[in-house]
Design a protein around this ligand. Structure first.
Ligand SMILES: [Zn+2]
Length: 321
């Protein structure tokens, strides 16, 4: 895997998410040496200040700054081509200009692709050339590596697996399509599903909090485990859609391994057990084997490590085998 001796090379990895921005000083072996996080910036100057705060903490010279960001990112120029939602202020911006770090190389990529890079370099997909990854959180991110290449597509949008239709009659999605995976299986979908039951006064064990918000996804998973019929119904329904989507991805990409990451994947067996057998059964004829569905290995700061990995790949210190 090592192309040139990476020695004690370091890079800064930054993961710009919808609610939190994270960063770390990362070694070429994937180790995080110092990590940072704060609420997501709401202006370009706040993003720049955060990255420079991290840069100021680096004791050793870094080889570059890698940025994983939601949306469609042109990795050749670092331009944010499309980014609806809370980070919309970054749309049209060159991340290298926003960060402004002089001669230091700046790499940028979609956040889910950065998370996949971390798994390929240091995690569950090490040594694999055909991998699909879903990041399950507020929304659903996705990335696919086929024959050793992470797919980008004609406009950089390839691998947006959260925006595949699983319910043609479903609700309007942030992307403008209807019934996307993200509208059926994401923390927002699960929480709004539970809220709809509360709104109908269905028998439920959880209730709105003081601010009128529905219980969060973690609480809904706990409630389901403790027998809350409402939570079970919401999760069973959401998992049906997720399983159907994964079957489609397996048939499309024929991966060696399928990785689930993100906050919701941390639910572990409650998420994996109900869908593994179902997916294996539905893919057995076309694929002729059971594709492992595993939890991401580079947890918590996977997107950060992967963003730094972009720098190591760009600088020729590491390569995808
Ligand atoms: Zn969508």
């Amino acid at each position: 895997m090592t192309k040139a001796d990476p020695g004690n090379a370091f890079a800064i990895g930054v993961d710009v998410g919808g609610t939190t921005i994270k960063a770390a000083i990362v070694g070429a072996n994937g180790d995080l040496h110092e990590s940072f996080h704060q609420p997501s910036p709401r202006s370009t100057s706040a993003l720049r200040d955060f990255v420079h705060l991290v840069l100021d903490h680096a004791k050793d010279p870094v080889r570059g700054i890698g940025i994983g960001c939601k949306g469609i990112i042109d990795c050749a120029s670092t331009r944010v081509k499309s980014l609806p939602g809370d980070l919309h202020f970054l749309e049209g911006q060159l991340l290298s200009d926003v960060v402004g770090a002089g001669e230091l190389p700046i790499c940028a990529e979609n956040d889910a692709r950065a998370a996949l890079v971390a798994e390929v370099l240091w995690g569950a997909a090490r040594g694999r050339r055909n991998v699909v990854m879903l990041t399950l959180g507020t929304g659903v991110g996705g990335a696919a590596m086929v024959d050793g290449r992470i797919l980008c597509g004609a406009s950089g949008a390839a691998g947006h697996l959260g925006h595949v239709t699983v319910d043609p009659r479903g609700g309007l999605c942030i992307c403008g399509n209807y019934g996307c995976v993200e509208t059926r299986f994401s923390s927002k979908a699960i929480e709004s599903g539970y809220w709809a039951h509360l709104h109908r006064a269905a028998p439920a064990k959880l209730s709105l909090n003081g601010a009128g918000s529905p219980p969060d996804t973690e609480a809904i998973f706990h409630a389901a485990a403790e027998g809350d019929e409402c939570a079970r119904h919401v999760l069973d329904s959401a998992l049906e859609y997720l399983a159907a989507a994964i079957v489609g991805y397996m048939h499309t990409f024929d991966p060696e391994i399928f990785i689930l990451g993100g906050n919701i994947a941390a639910a572990g067996p409650q998420l994996f057990d109900p869908i593994r057998d179902k997916i294996a059964h539905r893919t057995r004829i076309l694929l002729g084997r059971k594709v492992p569905i595993v939890f991401q290995k580079v947890v918590g700061f996977g997107g950060v490590a992967g963003a730094a990995g972009l720098v190591f790949l760009h600088e020729g210190l590491l390569e995808i085998c």
